[in-house]
Write a new protein. Structure first.
Lengths: 110, 389
């Protein structure tokens, strides 16, 4: 959706620039503490190993390619279906996994 | 994964008919020069093809004057040319909440520049605009009514004939956005009293991207150009020609796209647009009937299928449509359009903002077997998804 409105928000004790849907504005602001805090906002008390694996894959892919993985790359890279990925995060793929991983909100007018 | 099931035909039909692609490349390979510029025969041949295509387009939409077929990049381009060329300071326009941003944004732009005022008429619970509401919004300074023929979100076909008839009674031209209807719904501008029509080639006209048109009847007078430049005529003058179609065309036109459009019209006429529409609606009926069996799937405005084009919009309750689109693509090889579909007011009215919905849009090359596979995929998603919203 890519809401371009910005606001500062205190996450894990830091002032972080986010958009109106709570996606980090700057991908480099992300830390594991911020992931924990964003996860808590989604109702995840403690991120599981499976959830951390997804987050690390998304971060790593974004660092390498400068963009989020396409659907087929996401599925192949994680080795699970996107249906299972959606079920793994409260909030689903976009609002859950992608937001907690600190990737930008997709700007395309989907 | 199996072959992609493409259900985003309301955005761009895909694939294009093989015969259209083949002939387009063949002809362009032979005469791909600047139409009408230069003294050589090939330029004249290209110009003749352009002129023939203007006639084909005029005939296709029931417009009497091929010179008033303006080639544009797409429907958005055509609508911008029309809206910015027709509306003057102090004018008022009437449109609807069903419109795509191709209408909403030019109107808003003109309004924010202090040039015009406009009103948007609502649609009812089934997705239709009441012609009486359009007429009720007319003011003494209303200079134009602009209405979409078929909603790109709901698929509902609007009563443009009745709206045009009523507008004509007030002497107000009706501009129709036929982006979603051209190529599947027969249109007769002359007898319907439609003053202007914007269409694009890349949807149901089955032509490539980058070609569209604005078709004007003689009811439209004094339209101002918003672009100026070379036309191939009257080169000595610094004043852009007032003659149609060059009045509204500047620069070398998209010959490749025009050839594609010419060939796609031939294809549509051979196939018969009524039969294409009937096939698409049969598949849409099957999809609608299948999806309506799920408690967890919400459908929007699918009651009046006789007045519909081959698309429907749905949501899986509790699931971000963006996630649903990703799952359909990544896990099942099904391409759909999700989100707001560039028609934010429709979603605002449906209560589906800000995330929008999943749009399934059928094309002439989809099959019943593909709809079965979509229904199986939706069964799995609806049953097993966590539905994180």
């Amino acid at each position: 959706m890519g809401d371009l409105s910005q606001r500062f928000c205190t996450i894990a004790g830091k002032e972080i620039l986010v958009d109106n849907e709570g996606f980090l504005w700057h991908v480099e602001d992300w830390t594991e503490e911020i992931a924990d805090a964003l996860a808590l906002e989604c109702g995840i008390e403690r991120l599981t190993d499976a959830q951390w694996a997804v987050i690390r894959f998304l971060r790593s892919y974004f660092s390498y390619y400068g963009r989020a993985p396409m659907n087929r790359d996401l599925k192949a890279g994680l080795g699970i279906s996107l249906l299972d990925l959606e079920a793994l995060f409260p909030g689903g793929i976009r609002h859950g996994a992608r937001r907690i991983a600190g990737l930008p909100n997709p700007r395309s007018c989907t | 994964m199996n072959k992609l099931i493409y259900l985003d035909n309301a955005a761009t039909t895909f694939p294009k008919p093989a015969s259209v692609m083949k002939k387009m490349i063949e002809i362009y390979s032979r005469i791909g020069v600047s139409p009408g510029r230069g003294s050589y025969d090939l330029a004249a041949e290209a110009d003749e093809l352009v002129a023939r295509t203007r006639r084909k387009v005029a005939d296709f939409f029931g417009s009497p004057d091929p010179d008033r077929v303006i080639f544009t990049g797409n429907a958005t381009d055509a609508l911008n040319i029309a809206l910015q060329g027709l509306l003057r300071p102090g004018d008022h326009a009437v449109s609807t909440r069903l419109e795509h941003n191709s209408v909403l944004r030019p109107l808003y732009h003109l309004h924010m520049k202090g040039i015009i005022e406009y009103d948007l008429v609502p649609f009812d619970g089934k997705g239709f605009v009441d012609p009486g509401d359009v007429i009720a919004a007319i003011r003494p300074n209303t200079k134009l009514v602009v209405v979409t023929h078929a909603s790109n979100v709901l698929g509902t076909v609007q009563p443009v004939r009745e709206i045009a008839r009523l507008c004509a009674g007030y002497g107000i031209p009706l501009l129709v956005d036929a982006a979603q209807s051209a190529g599947v719904i027969p249109i007769d501008m002359q007898s319907w009293q439609i003053a202007g029509l914007a269409f694009t080639g890349h949807k149901s006209m089955l032509a490539p991207t980058g070609i569209g048109g604005l078709v004007l009847n003689r009811q439209i007078e004094g339209i101002e150009p918003s672009r100026f430049g070379g036309t191939g005529v009257d080169s000595r003058s610094l004043v852009h020609t007032e003659d149609f179609p060059y009045r509204l065309e500047a620069g070398t036109i998209n010959l490749m796209g025009i050839i594609g459009l010419s060939e796609s019209i031939e294809f549509l006429e051979q196939m018969g647009i009524e039969s294409i529409h009937a096939k698409e609606m049969a598949l849409l009926n099957k999809l609608r009937d299948g999806l309506s069996l799920f408690d967890g799937i919400e459908l929007y405005c699918t009651e009046n299928f006789p007045d519909h084009v081959g698309l429907l919009t749905a949501n899986i309750r509790g699931m971000d449509p963006n996630d649903a689109g990703a799952i359909l693509d990544g896990d099942f090889g099904i391409a759909v359009r999700v989100g707001l579909h560039c028609a934010p007011l429709v979603h605002e009215s449906l209560g589906t903002s800000p995330y929008g919905s999943i749009r399934f849009s059928i094309g002439p090359f989809n099959s019943s077997d593909e709809i079965d596979q979509v229904l199986l995929a939706m069964t799995e998603i609806e049953r097993h998804g966590r539905h994180g919203l």
